[in-house]
Write a protein of this length. Structure first.
Length: 364
């Protein structure tokens, strides 16, 4: 009888240990420590130049059967009850040529607040980067230095929106941002994003990995999807306040002349941005946040803002941490993993105590 009871207890303990062990496994791989970007570009390439990942001016593009225009499509929000935004090629508004892409009907969150993540996406960017990536047998840490330039304007001339460009590999947890900067677009004036303007000169800001500060590399085996998103949300009034909510916006906008490219030759780049001769502090929106927090909105350090052609350059003390990664894509141990480890430890100690009691003290 005692033996049967012990066996049943052992089976229960083993089951608990197994489940706890599974809980303790990290949900995803962490970003890799690799080479940083090589510097800042000072010009955009031509459409047929080497290193161009995509060059879209929408002059000859049409929407295909899957709702895609060239490399771009509407983002499917995490909440699948929210329909994707509407995208369409229009001929009445353009930055260059006669056509641009309009993004509209972006929807709202479940609480009625604006849905800033329902936007424009380049969903195959990881595949395209992987096809262009060339490994270096002498340097396992090799990365590519990528840049983006796009021209954006709001449909409503009274609207101001801040664009947050995020390149993400899902599953393996990498997030790259161009300079960790918010790009301000005021009203219906065409505004270039992806840049920093210092002393009147335009510099193109490289994508840098949010955690490791690495350049871009090809997706790994643990990468399950990729996306470059043109997210719209406001910088925090107090970037150091971890309790402050992030306000998303969902106003319609036009976008044109999107160029994404890499530069392999470091001699063609500027290693660092020059010092601002007459530094000014850009205006940062304040006001009370009315948006309920979501899994995509937890900024944990300072934000930098490109405002009306002026950009504040992030430093080690005020770099912005993109928190737009879902929990299952974050690097390191998740909260569930930590709970699993604690649970496993409790079960092990409890099982050991039970065995000690059964075989030693109860026997006596």
């Amino acid at each position: 009888m005692k033996t049967a009871v012990f066996k049943r207890g052992a089976v229960v303990c083993l089951a608990l240990l197994t489940s706890a062990g599974l809980m303790a496994l990290p949900a995803s791989a962490a970003p890799l420590e690799k080479d940083p970007p090589k510097g800042y570009a000072t010009s955009t390439p031509g459409k047929d130049d080497d290193g161009v990942l995509t060059f879209q001016d929408f002059e000859t593009d049409t929407i295909d059967e899957e709702g895609q225009v060239g490399k771009f499509s509407a983002t499917q929000p995490d909440d699948t009850s929210i329909p994707p935004a509407t995208i369409e090629v229009v001929s009445d508004v353009a930055h260059s040529g006669s056509k641009s892409l309009k993004v509209s009907a972006r929807g709202k969150n479940a609480d009625g607040s604006p849905q800033g993540y329902n936007t424009l996406t380049y969903a195959s960017i990881g595949i395209d980067i992987g096809e262009m990536f060339v490994k270096d047998s002498a340097n396992a840490n090799k990365t590519d230095t990528y840049f983006i330039s796009a021209w954006v304007r709001n449909v409503d001339p009274s609207v101001t929106q801040y664009f947050w460009l995020q390149l993400q590999y899902g599953g393996s947890g990498e997030v790259w941002l161009p300079g960790q900067t918010y790009f301000e677009v005021k009203g219906d004036e065409w505004t270039q994003i992806g840049i920093a303007v210092v002393n009147g000169e335009t510099y193109y800001v490289p994508f840098i990995e949010d955690t490791t500060k690495s350049g871009i590399y090809a997706p790994r085996a643990t990468s399950t999807w990729s996306a470059l998103k043109f997210i719209t949300k406001n910088p925090k009034a107090d970037p150091t306040d971890t309790n402050e909510k992030v306000v998303q916006t969902n106003d319609d906008f036009y976008i044109d002349d999107i160029v994404i490219w890499r530069v392999d030759d470091a001699s063609q780049l500027t290693p660092e941005l020059p010092r601002e001769e007459n530094p000014t502090t850009p205006e940062t929106p304040g006001g009370e946040d009315t948006t309920a927090p979501t899994e995509n909105d937890t900024t944990t350090s300072a934000d930098t803002t490109a405002t009306s052609g002026k950009t504040t350059t992030p430093t080690s003390a005020d770099s912005d941490v993109a928190s737009d990664v879902q929990d299952e894509d974050a690097g390191g141990l998740s909260v569930g993993a930590i709970i699993g480890i604690v649970a496993a430890a409790v079960v092990v100690l409890g099982g050991g105590g039970f065995a000690l009691y059964w075989f030693k003290f109860r026997k006596k």
